[in-house]
Design a protein around this ligand. Structure first.
Ligand code: SAM
Length: 217
């Protein structure tokens, strides 16, 4: 088993070689990526690859996202610290932890109850107290706490769900992969004076967003 210092060293290498090298600049995001112990979000059998430049399985056919993808999607939210953020696709809870260090409150939704249970237990053990969990269809959002300053969807959608646009606050940002089932484009949607502005960032590949306003199978 590696010592804390050795894991820290691996994370620093991940941040330098995979994240800073590809242009992520937000110091708060870089610091959060240094801080969250990614290895604690996967099975021990994956420990030796967990700081490598790719996603890994977390069970139930789902994945923990590639570190760079987590960093770049988080940077696109432009968090300053006092926002409420809705995350769709809790998965392992790794992205949730990064968000929870950077905003005041995270509302995270996952359709697979077992993943929520494991993620909640990990995040509680790590001491996070600003996260609310919900098992359900995130393609229709979580209206109870809307509007959100940030919404992040970590699964690929066929189109931008209207429910999420509705639940986005004025000057809020929604980051979401949109496109085909096996290949999407990362989109950032901004709401300003009630109008919607959409920007495409780059191609990416996520597991599908399944649900009423996602893929229906
Ligand atoms: N962010 C996660 C992490 O850091 O481990 C990775 C998320 S994984 C790429 C995508 C997740 O979205 C899966 O766990 C999947 O079950 C979930 N998902 C798919 N459709 C969903 C929906 N409609 N509502 C909530 N979660 C959904």
């Amino acid at each position: 088993m590696k010592k804390v210092e050795e894991w820290k060293f691996e994370r620093e290498r991940m941040v330098q070689e995979q994240i800073i090298a590809r242009g992520v600049k937000d110091e708060r995001v870089l610091e959060a990526m240094r801080e969250v112990p990614r290895h604690l979000f996967v099975e021990k059998t994956y420990y030796h690859q967990v700081y490598n430049d790719y996603p890994l399985p977390v069970g139930h056919g789902q994945t923990i996202s590639q570190p760079y993808m987590v960093a770049v999607m988080t940077e696109l939210l432009e968090l300053k610290g006092d926002e409420n953020v809705l995350e769709i696709g809790t998965g392992s809870g790794y992205q949730t932890a990064v968000l929870a260090l950077l905003c005041s409150k995270v509302y995270t939704m996952e359709r697979i109850a077992e993943l929520t249970k494991d993620a909640r237990s990990r995040l509680e053990k790590l001491g996070f107290r600003n996260i609310s969990f919900m098992v359900g269809d995130g393609s229709i959002g979580w209206p109870d706490y809307a509007p959100y300053k940030g919404i992040i969807v970590t699964a690929g959608a066929p189109d931008i769900p209207n429910a999420l646009i509705e639940q986005l606050d004025e000057n809020g940002r929604l980051v979401i992969p949109v496109g085909h089932e096996h290949c999407q484009v990362l989109n950032v949607v901004k709401k300003h004076k009630g109008r919607i502005y959409r920007k495409e960032i780059f191609e990416c590949t996520f597991v599908p967003l399944l649900g009423k306003q996602g893929w229906k199978h």
